[in-house]
Design a protein around this ligand. Structure first.
Ligand code: ADP
Length: 563
């Protein structure tokens, strides 16, 4: 039963069922699953976004450390190789401090505290701010003593900026100091010094950085480097509102105020553990961002789906086409065999009757001869069509063009059809002016095209047997129309009738036999002449085939000149 139903289905329906079950259904399920996973992703996006930001902040931290380490290495490291207990130390240091300050404008003060033997009498502070000062420990100013205690604090806090634990960092802010006063924020880098011979600590060097250094250089520079290095492609990077403040809630850095409340607040790791960072979004919020990302992914999925569906539709169309062609080819074989057999049987029948001498009336004999001639012509024409078609398919068909009067070609074709036309009761009307301008054509090929069109007009005429052949100049073209009042061609089939092997309805609409090659040959011939062929037709009312051929160039120019 299933096999019966299956064999009754048309090929197109079979393809559609196969595509629906084998392709569209799985595709639908996949799309649904993709939608579900995207919706889930929308929720995890928020978490992933925060993780990404945390990662970004770790990178900022690394960049800040790197920047501080670079400054310390360039300004403080060389001090380690100066013999601070030597008599010429002060002079050497003064020169070095002046150079270091000149090449590092971010340094406000540079200093070294040294003791040759740990005793107060042999301890000195060397400071360079505007000018070089050497002070013995006994005469330390409060500011110098403060630096000593700050170094101790930094050492206790172990606030190193580098992995080799060479440089210490200390950042202090004064909440009560009004803006613009000198000691509002102090940022120090310290470098413990070792006695070169005994490798014991015998002092330290350090720098005090400019007050704006953290806010204007260290933080923004590190954020920029991080964005360029790791997050250049993150569209959301420009949307992020980041505020960094110190332990006294003094804002050290802020790119813009967040539109909504910050969704991520955390403290940096040592040595910046006094600093808090708050992250929000400038013009949007995290939900909108997640929704945007969902919409984008859904859009891409939809686009891929559309492409996939188009691809499948095109594949089905191509398969359907191929299957129709295969079907048409098999119909062609059976139609042609039938077409060849009919005239052959008639030829054998009538020649046998004549051979046996059974026909006495001269009139009957003439009629039988005519039938034999007509059938052999028909056979000849069909074989010509098949041979020409195979030549065209193999690309071997050639044309010999000459300027010819088209009226003569039409007349020649008509005269070969005269018997058939009169015999089958056709009324034929020709509207061909006497002096048609010549056209460049291959006479045999054009005669074959006209003959195929006439043949069809006769074959596909019903009760109304009326043919009209019209030739006229239309602008720079010659128009030839062959019209009948026969069965007509449905609108949907009109463009297909010029395809090879194509036959309307394959015998369901009409049962006239044919090969399906006639019109495809006509189209090929006309296009080889740089012309066009078109059809206007209405079912039950008839068809009108129109050929447009360009006039021979010389004549065309002459006509143009006259105009
Ligand atoms: P065939 O050998 O089948 O006539 P053609 O290529 O000449 O092959 O024509 C293709 C199909 O176009 C025909 O099968 C027929 O259905 C339709 N056709 C062609 N000419 C006419 C016409 N004058 N009137 C109606 N149908 C036509």
């Amino acid at each position: 039963m299933f096999r019966d139903a299956n064999s009754k289905l048309s090929l197109r329906k079979k393809l559609l069922i196969l595509a629906s079950v084998g392709v569209f259904l799985p595709l639908l399920i996949l799309t649904y699953m993709q939608y579900r996973s995207l919706a889930e992703l929308q929720n995890t996006t928020k978490g992933a976004f925060k993780d990404n930001l945390r990662q970004g902040l770790t990178n900022v931290e690394r960049q800040m450390k790197q920047r501080l380490e670079e400054i310390a290495a360039q300004t403080l490291n060389p001090i380690g190789s100066i013999h601070l207990s030597s008599p010429g130390a002060a002079e050497e240091l003064e020169k070095y401090f002046a150079d270091a300050k000149r090449s590092h404008p971010e340094v406000k003060e540079i200093f070294a505290f040294a003791s040759s033997d740990g005793k107060e009498t042999n301890s000195y502070a060397y400071l360079y701010s505007d000018k070089f000062v050497k002070t013995a420990q006994a005469a330390f100013t409060p500011a110098q003593s403060r630096i000593l205690s700050l170094f101790d604090n930094a050492r206790v806090a172990q606030s190193f900026v580098d992995d080799k634990r060479k440089y210490l960092f200390l950042d202090l802010s004064c909440p009560t100091c009004p803006a613009g006063t000198p000691m509002r924020q102090e940022t120090y880098l310290f470098y413990p010094l070792k006695e070169l011979t005994r490798a014991e600590q015998n002092g330290f060097a350090g720098i005090l950085l400019n007050e704006g250094f953290v806010s204007d250089d260290l933080i923004p520079g590190s954020i920029e480097k991080t964005i360029n290095k790791y997050h250049a492609n993150t569209a959301a990077a420009s949307d992020i509102a980041c505020t960094i403040s110190d332990e006294n809630s003094r804002i050290l850095f802020s790119n813009v105020a967040a539109q909504n409340e910050s969704f991520l607040q955390l403290n940096f790791d040592p040595p910046f553990s006094n600093w808090k960072v708050a992250i929000g979004l400038k013009n949007t919020n995290l939900d909108d961002l997640a929704r945007d990302s969902f919409m984008r992914s859904a859009g891409v999925t939809l686009l891929v789906l559309v492409f996939l569906l188009c691809g499948i539709a095109l594949t089905i169309r191509a398969t359907d086409r191929e299957a129709r062609l295969a079907q048409a080819k098999s119909n062609f074989v059976s139609n042609v065999s039938h077409e060849l057999k009919t005239p052959l049987s008639l030829l054998s029948l009538f020649s046998e009757i004549l051979e046996l001498g059974r026909v006495t009336s001269e009139e009957k004999k003439t009629e039988y001869y005519r039938i034999i001639r007509h059938e052999s012509l028909r056979l000849n024409k069909m074989i010509d069509n098949i041979l020409d078609f195979s030549k065209i398919e193999a690309g071997r068909k050639t044309y010999v063009f000459a300027a010819v009067d088209m009226a003569e070609v039409i007349e020649d074709v008509l005269s070969s059809y005269r018997y058939q036309i009169i015999n089958s009761g056709f009324d034929i009307q020709t509207n061909i002016p006497v002096s048609l301008p010549p056209v460049l054509i291959d006479c045999d090929a054009m005669a074959q095209a006209i003959s195929n069109l006439l043949d069809n007009a006769i074959k596909y005429s019903g009760k109304v047997k009326r043919l009209t052949i019209t030739a006229e100049t239309l602008g720079s073209d010659l128009s030839i129309e062959i019209a009948d009042q026969g069965i007509g061609i449905p609108r949907a089939e009109q463009s297909k009738v010029f395809e090879k092997f194509y036959r309307v309805g394959n015998g369901l609409v009409h049962d006239v036999k044919g090969s399906g090659l006639g019109l495809s040959l006509v189209k090929h011939i006309i296009e080889a002449h740089h012309g066009t062929i078109s059809v206007e037709s209405e079912v039950g009312k008839g068809s009108r085939f129109r050929i447009l051929l360009p006039l021979a160039p010389l004549v065309h120019t002459a006509a143009g000149d006259q105009a």
